[in-house]
Design a protein around this ligand. Sequence first.
Ligand SMILES: Nc1ncnc2c1ncn2[C@@H]1O[C@H](COP(=O)(O)OP(=O)(O)OP(=O)(O)O)[C@@H](O)[C@H]1O
Ligand SMILES: [Mg+2]
Length: 630
Amino acid sequence: MASKGAGDEHGQLSLSWGDLSYSIAHTESKGGRKQILQPQSGRALPGHLVALMGPSGSGKTSLLNALAGRLPLQKGAVFEGRVEVSGVSKADLPCHFADLSAYVEQEDCLYALSTVSETMDFAARLRLPKETPSAERERRIGEVLRQLGMAHVRDTTVGGTNFNGALRGLSGGERKRLSIGIELLHSPSILFLDEPTTGLDSYQALNVMKKLQGLAEEGRTVIVSIHQPRSQIFALFTSLCVLSRGAPVYSGSAGEATDYFASLGHPLPSRFNPADFMIDLVSVDQISPEAQQETEARVESLHRSWAENRGAAAAAEKASPTGNESCMASILDALPKSTPAGHGSFVTPFVLLLRRGWREQMRDRVAVMFKTFFSMLVTGVLGLVYFQLGQGQANIQDRAMLLTFLSMNVAFASSITTAQIIPRQLSIVTRERANRLYAITPFYLTAVAVSIPPEVVPQLLANVILFFMANLSGSFWIFTLALGLENMVFVSVGMLLSAALPSVTMAPQVAPAVVIIFLIFNGNFINVDSVPVYFVWLREISPIKYAFQALAVNEFEDARFECESSDVVCIQTGEQVLSQLKFTEEYLIMKSIVFLIILMVAFNILALALLIVRKPKFLQPVPAKVTGPI
Ligand SMILES: Nc1ncnc2c1ncn2[C@@H]1O[C@H](COP(=O)(O)OP(=O)(O)OP(=O)(O)O)[C@@H](O)[C@H]1O
Ligand SMILES: [Mg+2]
């Protein structure tokens, strides 16, 4: 039955589960709990393509996640039962389950601007052992692409709507096959796929499922959740688990399913898709109270029949343990022979992530050009409005306001864009972290490193132009350093927000609010000494305050202003301006620069700590109170 392709050596592993149940705290449900999966048992064998089928909300994804160990850790959730790999409990495996298995999510999480081979190469460099020669890596990528019928699109851009907006690229089916391909690189023995055909036309869906059948025939255990397969797809399944309301109404050979339902008085009408027939059979019709009552009674009776049937089947299974015996040897055989390059290494993931992040950013030319263009536009307008400022009394306010504008502009520009960085990539990064491709530190550092050039370089350039256009005083280098550092601090503030925010859409709302709070305390809107005592801490951590302080002292120290006879008030020196602002401390520029550096480091550490805490965590099964045969 199963063959081992050269270079694609995967051991054959079975997966069995017993008394598996899953419930969550749910105030609207009876007893305050919602039972998502009723206690159930089953088995998936190597060489089998197992389909979890059922109407929407029947628990297919939940069961798949429970088996794959991907149920999200959630307060009040209870996950009970046993999940065993070739008879060995998951907790007792000699390795992480992710090293033996692969999980392909329903949504394709891919970088839109990379090509197929770049995407595969990134995963291969992290998943294959470090000592793999590049020719061997190339061969493995080529083999997987050929296996999935993707060799001809190697150099096509992935495209899609997941990252940088909608972009033409691979077809939906090809994207799905690429998601599968990434997961095949480390030759997993067990493959989980959530709705691999959803969103595909029937030809593409059949194509993907045929590839999955091929993978099963090679000796893998393939488990898919599927909504409504066409009859040709149904014919590919080896085993079938039909779910309704979180419990199976049938679990066993796909070919015998229709006979089973016929034996209960529900024969398959001629020329009818068996999958449609079964879904109809186990769905509750809510169109009218009568229809609902009737369909609920039918589903109830199907559940009862299966429970009775299952009791007898379990006893028979116990008598003939086909391949379910504990087999540590097959697990050891399935284990990767050496550690994947991404594990326990910092440099390899760092370099690869840096390269990928930079590539994705630079290929998003419209965004880069937009940012540079608007930065230059604002500079042009400000430069003309404040063109060649003189030393008159009115120019004192002009100079202070221009510096306020600049420190404010830097804060808004860098934090709003940066705040979107992590939420935009969150689904991909979560998948890659769950697959243990890399640790979060190299990811975070590369995300910061990649965002600094487009955030800081155009701003710096604009500020340099403005310095000369507006005829500002003081040291050009201090002016540039203060604004450059402020820029970097707000990249860190953006990254901190980015680490905390769950979605991209929140960034444009939250980031400006944070900037405004910092802005209030810049020293120009409210005098530093007038800040209410309970807001002093906010004043002390306001990067805008430190940047403005440095800029103002640099601008006004040793400055001389002219008075005319019509001036009611005459300010002659810059020191008078600084004393009005209460910027009279010694070494204020140096102190401000030091504080900006401290804030930059502190915000980055906080962001990284938050990401470490937000590591994807999954529920582990606890033994069920009542145990039955597995
Ligand atoms: N974390 C959760 N919080 C609240 N309800 C949940 C949670 N997880 C699952 N459910 C509920 O459990 C039921 C089963 O969900 P599940 O996603 O497993 O269904 P499904 O069969 O995959 O449906 P679909 O075909 O629509 O994908 C649904 O009613 C769903 O709303
Ligand atoms: Mg689902």
